[in-house]
Design a protein around this ligand. Structure first.
Ligand code: TYD
Length: 206
């Protein structure tokens, strides 16, 4: 088995956390030599802390676009260099797998929806380590918003018209970047989406 860098991305409310934790358990049980780093962006490092503060400051989804773009990219640089790459370095007979909740796909979709030029979001992210697979979870914005509102208070980017833009951007990604990407519909049961994800990941592990 080879080392793997797996990214989950998509709008808020699409079920990323659930699918990541299901995949984590599945991979952990699959083979005793597997070591897994489950991590997220924004991180809890210095840039991540600034991001979270900014997200709370203005509830208008279009505010702070330039500052946020800059912070998400800086946060990612630290994350990749200090955590992801070192974890993926060969470690004897062990198989290292990184499961990352959000990556540059979020910057392209969210910051472009905020009004930043697509070209700029793409160029700032083109040098980052490419994942072996990016699993983009997809759902109707109305359904995603309903799921969020049931669980907690809505946040900065969780407004219907903004989420519609996000969805369009996420679905456009495969035309913009040459990454191994798969779009998974999460409107049905959790197990149905998970089965599709497992098939894709198992193929990579062979
Ligand atoms: P989120 O995944 O909700 O973090 P947490 O659950 O730990 O608070 O991320 C916070 C928000 O940041 C989310 O609405 C998506 C947004 N975001 C961007 O706009 N650009 C990015 O590059 C990333 C990584 C996230």
């Amino acid at each position: 088995m080879k080392n793997l860098f797996i990214v989950f991305d998509g709008m808020d409310g699409t079920g990323k956390s659930t699918q990541i934790s299901m995949l984590h358990d599945y991979l952990f049980k699959k083979n005793k030599r597997v070591r897994i780093l489950t991590t997220r962006e924004p991180t809890y490092g210095i840039h991540g802390a600034k991001i979270r503060k900014k997200l709370k400051q203005h509830k208008d989804p279009y505010k702070d676009s330039k500052d946020l773009l800059d912070l998400y990219v800086k946060d990612r640089r630290d994350h990749v260099n200090r955590m992801i790459k070192p974890f993926l370095r060969k470690d004897g007979e062990n198989v290292s797998i990184v499961l990352c909740d959000r990556y540059y796909y979020s910057t392209i979709a969210y910051q472009h929806a905020q009004g930043i030029e697509l070209k700029k979001t793409l160029s700032l992210n083109k040098r980052f380590l490419k994942p072996d697979i990016a699993i983009i979870l997809d759902l109707h914005p109305e359904t995603a918003l309903k799921r969020i509102s049931k669980a907690r208070a809505v946040e900065k980017f969780e407004k219907l018209e903004f989420m519609k833009k996000l969805r369009t951007n996420f679905l456009l990604l495969h035309e913009l970047i040459d990454d191994n990407m798969v779009i998974i519909d999460t409107s049905g049961k959790e197990e149905e989406a998970f089965e599709k994800i497992c098939k894709k990941v198992d193929k990579l592990l062979r």
